[in-house]
Design a protein around this ligand. Structure first.
Ligand code: HEC
Length: 221
């Protein structure tokens, strides 16, 4: 009996694991839903440009290559090189940071993490909330409510100051959307495949039913 209870509670805690990971923002931090959409190619394209302009000075997304991004978000090879790599990289290159080695430690006191898997690690909503969680105290010092005392500056400050609050939110949403895509480039294919499998199973069900009818037609029952 004890064993059964133990197994049950163990499986229940396993089931709860993904939720625990989602709550990685720490206690008391409400994450805002990003309401992003991986099927919006224009959002992914804007996110890619913003990522290049505002994040790659410090961060890499080194598990991605430019040509894969181009193919997935609807750009030609030439477009990805001009829009994201600013002509500095080749399409076959990995998305590396523009920060020179060793500089981050001197300037920021830490290494900015690679962002390839950040959306999988912390969640898309986390990135969306984190980017918008910067605030200034009365002495003009910036801090972030999600990651207190972070050494990452408020990189979207320009957009925050000069764009409307909708455009500012949209910029963070586009970046979060792009990073969700980067975290799992095959996700859209996987979602499409899911529907195909279900459609296939429905057709199969129908055929099986028709076949059953056919088999039993002449049998009295
Ligand atoms: C000036 C350099 C710099 C730029 C530009 C920059 N970051 Fe960062 N970022 C950092 C550093 C440093 C850290 C590590 C922060 C820490 O541990 O306090 C970090 C950490 C992060 C994290 C992880 C936060 C966590 O909870 O651990 C995310 C997500 C992130 N950055 C996203 C971005 C995005 C998206 C952009 C572009 C919009 C960006 N960063 C631009 C320096 C930068």
């Amino acid at each position: 009996m004890k064993k059964i209870i133990w197994i049950l509670s163990f499986s229940a805690s396993l089931l709860a694991l993904p939720f625990a990971a989602q709550a990685a923002g720490g206690p008391g931090i409400e994450l805002e839903p990003a309401h992003n959409n991986l099927r919006h190619a224009d959002s992914l394209q804007r996110g890619a440009v913003l990522f290049s302009n505002y994040c790659m000075a410090c961060h890499s997304a080194k598990y991605m290559r430019y040509n894969r991004i181009a193919k997935d978000i609807g750009w030609s090879d030439e477009q990805v090189v001009s829009q994201m790599a600013h002509g500095l990289n080749k399409v076959v290159d990995e998305v590396q940071t523009r920060m020179l080695p060793g500089v981050a430690m001197d300037v920021l006191g830490t290494e900015p993490p690679d962002l390839s898997l950040m959306a999988r690690l912390k969640g898309t909503d986390y990135i969306y909330t984190f980017l918008r969680a910067y605030h200034q105290d009365e002495n003009g010092n910036w801090d972030n409510t999600v990651l207190k005392g972070t050494s990452m500056p408020n990189v979207l400050e320009g957009i925050q100051r000069h764009a409307s609050s909708e455009d500012y939110a949209q910029a963070a949403r586009d970046i979060a959307n792009f990073l969700e895509y980067v975290g799992e480039p095959a996700k859209m294919d996987r979602m499409d495949l899911g529907w195909k499998v279900i459609a296939f199973l429905l057709v199969l069900l129908l055929l099986t039913y028709v076949l059953k009818k056919e088999y039993w037609r002449d049998i009295k029952h």
